[in-house]
Write a protein that binds this ligand. Structure first.
Ligand SMILES: [Zn+2]
Ligand SMILES: [Zn+2]
Length: 177
């Protein structure tokens, strides 16, 4: 099954809001935003005020804006930063999807494109994230029943090429976990 190849923040926002009620029902108001510059490194100051990081791999589809080549990768790195402000009863999640360049024409142009994700993939990824939030912000015990990770799902994608991966360039690819 193919997945969309167009980055869609609104799809992520919709699923985030839809899943909140069942997955994070602690009465705090959580919101999802996007930060296309953030890394998985937190400063001491950020840690102190409660920021945490989750790095995940997801399966996404890409389309080159130059030659229209399309490709799929199970190693699309996503970096989430999240923070609960208990007194304000507000939680914030910032997401950054890392891009990949086109293997047919990256020598002519050094551009990282962003991936599109299927609804199932967004759902699976956010369930994983909410599980981490429940554990790290609310101290919930994990029940052992794991959400399937990308590694459990057999996907036919070409071998990961470091030179085409934006996260590899920054040394924070999900492959390195
Ligand atoms: Zn191309
Ligand atoms: Zn990589």
């Amino acid at each position: 099954m193919s997945s969309p190849t167009e980055w869609s923040p609104s799809l992520w926002k919709n699923y985030f809001e839809r899943l909140l009620e069942q997955e994070l029902d602690h009465g705090d108001e959580w919101t999802l935003g996007f930060n296309y510059k953030q890394t998985d490194q937190l400063t001491m100051g950020e840690r102190k005020i409660g920021w945490k990081v989750a790095k995940q791999c997801a399966y996404g589809g890409f389309r080159c804006g130059h030659c229209s080549n399309t490709w799929w990768s199970a190693k699309v790195t996503l970096v989430f930063r999240y923070r609960l402000r208990q007194a304000a009863e507000k939680g914030t999640v910032n997401m950054r999807p890392f891009g990949q360049s086109c293997r047919s024409c990256h020598e002519h142009q050094d551009v990282f494109y962003m991936a599109g994700f299927s609804e199932d993939e967004v759902d699976r990824t956010l369930l994983q994230l909410f599980k981490k939030i429940r554990k790290n912000c609310y101290g919930e015990e994990q029940d052992g029943s794991d959400v399937a990770t990308v590694c459990d799902i057999v996907r036919k994608t070409k071998p990961h090429k470091k030179e085409l991966c934006e996260a590899c360039h920054q040394g924070i690819c999900c492959l390195e976990e």
